[in-house]
Each structure stands twice: as C-alpha cells, then as structure tokens.
Ligand binder design. Structure first.
Ligand code: PEP
Ligand code: MG
Length: 565
C-alpha cells in the first residue's frame, strides 16, 4: 500500500467507542507500546562473546532504573505514584535479579534479553507463590523486566513514552501507573481498544479532566502521528481534521466552575457533589465550586498499608482530605476492599469470583471479630477527622444487598457517633428489596458502576462487554426508576455517585427520575451543573420518560436529548 493510500485511509476514519470522559481535543496520535512478547531463546551466544553480552545487562538495568527515578522525581506527582516508581527503579537494579541473568548468559550462552526474562520469571513465581500482597508485586517485576528487555533489544519500552508535545495517546489498554503519570496539558486525550466506561482508565481520565474514549474498535489502525479529533462525550475518534489546531477543542469546552446552588431552570434544587479519594481531589472539588462530597472513597490508605493504620493516623488522614471542604457536607464510604482490592492485613482469601465474593461491607458483617474492629475504628476515625476538618459527615456502606445488612451497618455507624447514615445501592437485590431497606437508612446513594455490572452480569473492566456496562441501558434506568418510586413513598433521599452522574445528558434523566443529588469527579461537575440549570423539571421528566421507553442504550441517549430540548 502506498503512503498516499495510507494517509487517505487515515483521513477518512471515524471510529466509535464508549464515551468515557467528556470534552474534546485534537492532536497527533502517539501509540503506547503494548506488552513485549517473550524474547527469543536463541541463537545461543558463542563462547567468545558471552562475557561481552553478559556485561550489557547491568548498564541496561541502570538506564531503566535511572529513567524510572527521573519519572518519580517529577514535580506534582501523586505521592502514591512516586513510591511505586521509586520501588520499581530499585527493583530494576536488584543485584539478585541481575546476577542471576548475567550467570545465564555466561554459563549457558542464553541471549541477554532472554536471560533477564528467565531470571525475572523465577522472582515472579516466588512472589505469586507467597500470595496476597507479595503476589500483587509480581506485576511490578514484569513491568521492570519488560523495560530492561526492551532496552537490551533496542525497542520502545512498554508504557507511555515521554511525550514531546501535546498528544493523543492510543493504547490497547493503560495500566494504572501509566495513567497516573499523565499530565493533562500534554496528554490531550486517551483512546483505548479495551476497558469499559467504569474501568480504571476511564475513572482516572475523568479525574484528570482528560477526554477519553474506551473500547474503541479499530483504534489499532490509527497510525503514529495521524492528527485525530477525540470527542470523549460522544465516544468518537475522527481523522478528517486537517487544518484544525492542536489542543483542547474549545467549542466542546463548557464552564469552568459550578456557580451557586444548582437548580433546574424552574428552581428545582439538585445538589452537585464531588467524588474524591484524597486531599488533591478535595482541593479540585473546592476550586470548581462543588457543594460538598457525595463519595469519599476511603480505600487509598488501606490498599498500600501492610498493617492497619493507627486510629490517630486514620483520623489525621481523613481530616487532611476533608479540610479543603470546610463547612460543607462530606459523605464517606467505608472501606470497599475484597479480593479484587486486596488489603493485606484483612487476610481475604483469594476467591474465584472476587466481584461476587466477600467484598465491601460483607467483610465486616459479623463473621470475623478482628475485622469488625477495623470497621469500628474506621468509623471512629471518620467522625474524629470530620470534626477536625469542620465538615458535616455522612457515612455509607458499599455492597449492601439486604435490609438486614443495612440495619446492622446503621446501628454500628450510629454507635460510632455518625448522625446521618446511608448505604450504597450497587446490588440489584437492594432495589428489589427497597421498601424494607429504605426504612432502615437516612439516605441511599446509587453506585451505578457496580449496579450495572451486577445487573448485566458483565465485568465492568471488560472491553468486550463495555456496551452492557453503558449507564444509558434502559434496563438500568428502569431499575433506578423503581428505586426512586419506592424512595418517594418514604421521602428518602436518592443520590447517584457512580459514573452515570458525570454525563450531563444522563444527569438530566436522573433528575427526571427523582434523584436529588449527583456526585462525580470534580472535572465533570461544571458541565453537569450547567446542563441542569438549562432545563426545567418537566423537561427532565420528559427526558427520563423517553429514555425509559427506549429499546437500547443508543436510542435512550438520543431520545432523552431530543425530549429535553
Ligand atoms: C460504583 O460502583 O458506582 C461506585 C461509585 O463505587 P466504585 O466505583 O468505587 O466501586
Ligand atoms: Mg462500587
């Protein structure tokens, strides 16, 4: 195929994926190399070259270590990410790994890249056999191994390359460490072939305010350097954009902040809250004018802790996270751990189906007294931290399926001194049992990410199943409708804190269904607030009715937009 033909094809591409983070941007494609395959086991290095080939390993590892250290030293990096990168840098120069690989080359004539691969395989096997936290580190060894192997082979290292200018990153999928090192000004947009709307990449892109399209079939055909326009709200990637300036697409940009208490055009009040996990998010939430926090994910400190953080440390950590929101309401979710989000000191046994296993509140619901203490200490630390930060604390539990579970959680939270106690609605059974469940709580908040995956029996991380995890699915909206009708009977407040709340058009539908608060990443809030302010409550109800009556997600989206006007 000639270059002209290739360019012509690139100019005509219009790809459709799943909208994962709103906004639009135009920029040249930078491809993120995928994982390396196994390096070849031969040909054997001849005896006279073995010393020289073996001697290449240490400098290659040093180079990788130094590059990781430079990445770790970049200003403004999340401390968690810095720690991961420093540890990876040290791992790259681990003498045991290097000695082992060097011996392979010297003694058996194994090619250096293969020797590193094999030496690392032994470490990986040992870590996996140790299980739990150690097994989690196996992925880090694989990452470091691939970087050294790439260096030895002279091919691009896996992961996000150093960007020379504003770029659109195109990858099969991105690892958490990849997305965490991105800078919004340089990484203009993300496009992945895999992942779903609630996958890690999508959540991170939204929190960075970077447009993203995931599960984008055909993204593999986008050539390095091609100018593309990514619309993260519509879920499209187009190449016919010659002459368009590179950068965020201002036409798609909305307001930068939320102004005043949000109401529909005819004065119906809708609270607009932020989803946060740490102080940096809280600062962003305050900066965009969030009314408070609708979901404080409290896992962060626990996931990296080998032992339970002391009550004092927990209290100080929550106080620091909440401090930027002084005077505002903060809804904290208690620890949502399990085999998929392992917290080493909780000793959760590996499970064949972690998403269906002992996760969230199920960990603390009575069976293991030591763990019960963990929840009670967390509740006390949240109460203390909120008092120190002077915020109005509400607490809710994740993964509640029955009224009895809700009742037990409420009793414990009240005993810890929490005044307003609710639960998350993430399991379809909680909606079907809403009448009894709502009688136990002060409020509910819908986690649409999990509710969708459990309703459709479709893993939220799965690329091939992304369409089932689309929050516009009418079956999900009908479930929410049922919940809101039940809640109206007991005047219980229903919020939504899943990613559905970040989509301005869907937010209109949710308000029409009867949802009274929306919580999303700070970057998404101004557009959500502006959209609600532009419509009246009747239009919201019409949009909800149109979406509920639609046969599929795509027509629900279109019908709701048309009905809202
Ligand atoms: C959800 O499931 O929608 C939710 C908000 O919780 P998380 O994404 O943390 O599971
Ligand atoms: Mg959830």
């Amino acid at each position: 195929m000639s270059t002209t033909q290739t360019r012509q094809q690139q100019e005509d591409l219009r790809l459709r994926g799943t909208a994962a983070s709103p906004g639009a941007a135009v920029g040249p494609v930078v491809r993120v190399p995928g994982p390396l395959g196994e390096p070849a086991a031969g040909p054997q290095v001849p005896a006279e070259r073995r010393e020289a080939e073996a001697a290449r390993i240490a400098p290659a590892a040093e180079e990788v270590g130094a590059r990781l250290m430079t990445l770790a030293g970049r200003p403004g990096l999340d401390p968690e990410v810095t720690n991961v990168l420093v540890a990876a840098s040290m791992m790259a120069e681990d003498p045991a790994l290097l000695d082992n690989a060097t011996a392979h080359v010297r003694d058996d004539g194994t090619p250096p890249a293969r020797a590193v691969f094999e030496a690392a395989a032994r470490f990986v096997a040992a870590l996996q056999a140790a299980g739990g936290y150690m097994a989690e580190r196996a992925g880090d060894v694989v990452d470091v191994r691939d970087r050294i192997v790439a260096e030895l082979l002279g091919v691009p290292a896996p992961g996000v390359p150093a960007l020379e200018g504003p770029s659109v990153l195109v990858a099969r999928d991105l690892a958490p460490a990849d997305t965490a090192t991105l800078e919004p000004g340089t990484a203009l947009a993300l496009v992945t072939e895999e992942g779903g709307p609630t996958s890690h990449t999508a959540i991170l892109a939204r929190s960075l305010g970077v447009p993203a399209v995931v599960a984008c079939r055909g993204a593999a055909s986008l050539a390095e350097g091609t100018l593309v326009r990514v619309d993260g709200g519509a879920g499209t990637v187009e190449t016919a954009v010659a002459g368009t300036p590179v950068g965020a697409d201002r036409a798609a940009g909305g307001p930068a902040t939320v102004t005043g208490p949000v109401t529909t055009a005819d004065g119906h009040r809708v609270a607009v809250f932020a989803n946060i996990a740490e102080t940096k998010d809280a600062e962003r939430a305050a900066a965009v004018g969030a009314e408070g926090v609708g979901l404080l994910r409290t896992e962060l400190t626990f996931l990296s802790a080998a032992t339970e953080p002391t009550p004092q440390d927990q209290r100080a950590g929550y106080a620091a996270t909440m401090a930027p929101l002084r005077g505002r309401p903060v809804t904290a979710r208690t620890l949502d751990a399990g085999a998929d989000k392992p917290v080493p000191f909780l000793h959760v046994a590996p499970e064949p189906n972690p998403a269906l296993g002992v996760r969230g509140q199920r960990l603390f619901d009575g069976s293991v007294p030591d763990r019960d203490g963990v929840l009670d200490r967390q509740l006390a630390a949240l109460v203390g931290g909120a008092a120190d930060a002077v915020v109005r604390l509400k607490v809710m539990a994740p993964m509640i399926a029955t009224a009895a579970e809700a009742s037990r959680f409420v009793a414990r939270a009240r005993a810890a001194g929490v005044d307003e106690v609710g639960v998350m609605i993430e399991v379809p059974a909680a909606v079907l049992g809403a009448r009894e469940l709502l009688a136990e709580v002060d409020f509910v908040s819908v986690g649409t990410n999990d509710l969708t995956q459990y309703l459709f029996a479709a893993d939220r991380q799965s690329g091939p199943l992304a369409a089932l995890n689309d929050p516009w699915q009418p079956a999900l909206l009908r479930l929410l409708d049922q919940l809101c009708r039940e809640a109206a009977l007991s005047a219980t407040h229903v919020g939504v804190c899943g990613e559905a709340a970040a989509d301005p058009d869907l937010a209109v539908v949710l308000v029409g269904l009867g949802v009274s608060s929306l919580s999303a990443s700070p970057a998404a809030l101004p557009a959500v607030a502006a959209r609600i302010a532009a419509v009246d409550l009747d239009a919201c109800r019409r949009a909800a009715g149109a979406a509920l009556a639609s046969p599929d997600a795509a027509s629900a989206r279109e019908a709701a937009r048309a009905a809202a006007g």
